[in-house]
Design a protein around this ligand. Structure first.
Ligand code: ZN
Length: 151
């Protein structure tokens, strides 16, 4: 099909996967996310290929099926894993801000495995959808995939 490139699963597809809706990511009352200690931060950085500030820094370890990096912060006292999206942890390390409920950490570069904080920004899910629209990304419903218009 001319004028189309398939870009796979992109940000819109993941609206329910960006951390708030998944049972293992959901914050429960009385259970705050684990604190990022220096040791955890060092372990995190060992899994990111840091390079030029302008380029994407790709996550080198395990990923969610959606393509986002997966990072095990540690275990809660009840033994459950605190598993998070790597790009969200990258954002938290860089800014000191744990992304508040209702907000998503968006990739300016649209590279899901990217952990370069320069490419990450906080936004609402509506911002995220608008961003993908700006990029010309749309859903081909019949084919169940995301595509992107190219000029
Ligand atoms: Zn990037």
């Amino acid at each position: 099909m001319q004028g189309l490139i398939v870009v796979g699963m992109l940000t819109m597809r993941s609206s329910h996967n960006l951390g708030l809706g998944q049972p293992h990511m959901r914050r429960r009352a009385g259970r705050e996310p684990l604190r990022l200690t220096d040791k955890i931060v060092a372990r995190f950085r060992s899994k990111v290929k840091e390079g030029d500030p302008l380029e994407c820094w790709l996550w080198q370890a395990g990923k969610f099926p959606t393509g986002y990096g997966m990072f095990n912060v540690g275990r809660f006292p009840d033994g459950r894993q605190d598993t998070r999206y790597a790009h969200r942890v990258a954002y938290e390390i860089a800014t000191g801000i744990y992304p508040p409920l209702g907000l998503v950490v968006m990739h300016e570069c649209d590279v899901r495995a990217c952990c370069n904080p320069n490419h990450l920004m906080l936004g609402t899910q509506a911002d995220n959808i608008a961003h993908t629209r700006e990029l010309g990304i749309y859903r081909e419903a019949a084919r169940r995939r995301w595509s992107r218009k190219v000029a």
